[in-house]
Design a binder for this molecule. Structure first.
Ligand SMILES: Cc1cc2nc3c(=O)[nH]c(=O)nc-3n(C[C@H](O)[C@H](O)[C@H](O)COP(=O)(O)OP(=O)(O)OC[C@H]3O[C@@H](n4cnc5c(N)ncnc54)[C@H](O)[C@@H]3O)c2cc1C
Length: 315
């Protein structure tokens, strides 16, 4: 029998920094957490090589090594780890109610507490070599990887707030930033457009598409085409920042939880509480703004403490 207890106290869905952080805290508080890894054990950081901004590693750490450490730390406190995806949930509306978490071939766990840490997935351009060069020049996070391109030329693709924020951030580190916008206008807020217009080292290229990614062992440049006059060009850059959006992994919660217009789980301000009692959300799945490993781990801790308090009040 996999689970001796019929009703669990804590089921964690997701094995990124948020999920493992929640696991360590709930396990050390005797809540016997059960954690589902999903299809990407370790989460998004397993797709990158160098993580330089996670506190506590003065020399930086490889993304896979960091997440292996998190896994070991959670196991040290006897977190039960299940290498499966959750396929469906039925979440109770009642205080102290029981939630049902389905996985595998019609298997189900019941729990009073659920921590959702299913993260988000960055949108890809769908170009050749794009995935191959992740961590080798292609990035989805200017805050994470901008520093590796100090005094170099880079490109940002996107026309929304995130893209303009990334271009603005990179303009303070890099020599030149090409801001590639597929349409003939920005989607971003006027204030961000104003800041961009004041920067001498940001070249905005409207009506432009990336046709190819160039390089052998790492990114060396991109081929672009102007969709109006059909001119082609190759730009030599060391970094390509793809900021065309993220998709929160919330498909299975659609009819169970309140989500915002982009699909992120809505939590109470400054907390991890969702609209269902005993259900908490942590990490990128509830955060369209910061999307960092450390903020995910931080909210994972918050979710564990929020759940601990909830259980102590309703048992
Ligand atoms: C290429 C790349 C490089 C990055 N570099 C940095 C960096 O240097 N520094 C930094 O701070 N941040 C970086 N980030 C961002 C960082 O990885 C994320 O902010 C962080 O991983 C989010 O953590 P999370 O725990 O919320 O979710 P994720 O890491 O997205 O993990 C989500 C987890 O949920 C699981 N899951 C999803 N659906 C289900 C389901 N139905 N059932 C069970 N499990 C499920 C997945 O398998 C996965 O384990 C980078 C991101 C990318 C893509």
């Amino acid at each position: 029998m996999l689970f001796k207890k019929k009703i669990q106290n804590c089921v964690i869905i997701g094995s990124g920094p948020a999920g493992y952080s929640a696991a360590v805290y709930t396990a050390r508080a005797n809540m016997n957490p059960v954690l589902f890894t999903g299809l990407q054990p370790g989460g998004q950081l397993t797709t990158t090589s160098d993580v330089d901004n996670y506190l506590g590693f003065p020399k930086g750490i490889n993304g896979n090594d960091l997440m292996n450490n998190c896994d070991k730390q959670a196991r040290r406190f006897h977190t039960k780890i299940i290498n499966e995806s959750v396929s469906r949930v039925v979440l109770s509306n009642k205080e102290g109610g029981i939630h049902y978490i389905f996985f595998g071939e019609k298997k189900c766990i019941k729990s009073r507490g659920v921590i959702i840490a299913t993260g988000s997935t960055p949108k890809f351009l769908g170009k050749n070599k794009e995935k191959k060069f992740i961590g080798l020049g292609v990035s989805f996070c200017a805050t994470c990887d901008g520093f590796f391109h100090k005094e170099k030329d880079v490109a940002v693709i996107g026309g929304g707030d995130s893209a303009l924020e990334a271009a603005n951030y990179l303009s303070k580190i890099c020599k030149r930033v090409y801001l590639i916008v597929r349409k003939d206008h920005f989607k971003a807020s006027k204030i961000l457009q104003y800041h961009i217009s004041k920067k001498n080292n940001i070249n905005v290229l409207f009506c432009t598409n990336i046709t190819d990614i160039v390089g052998n062992d790492f990114l060396e440049g991109i081929k672009i085409i102007n969709s109006k006059n059909k001119t082609n060009k190759t730009i030599l850059i060391s970094g390509l920042f793809i900021t065309i959006g993220h998709i929160p992994n919330t498909e299975i919660f659609k009819n169970e939880l309140d989500l915002d217009e982009k699909g992120y789980i809505i939590v109470q301000k400054g907390k991890t509480t969702t609209n269902k009692p005993g259900v908490f959300a942590a990490g990128d799945v509830q955060d369209p703004n910061y999307r960092q490993a450390i903020t995910s781990a931080g909210t994972g801790c918050m979710a564990a403490l929020d759940l601990e308090k909830y259980l102590s009040l309703c048992v």
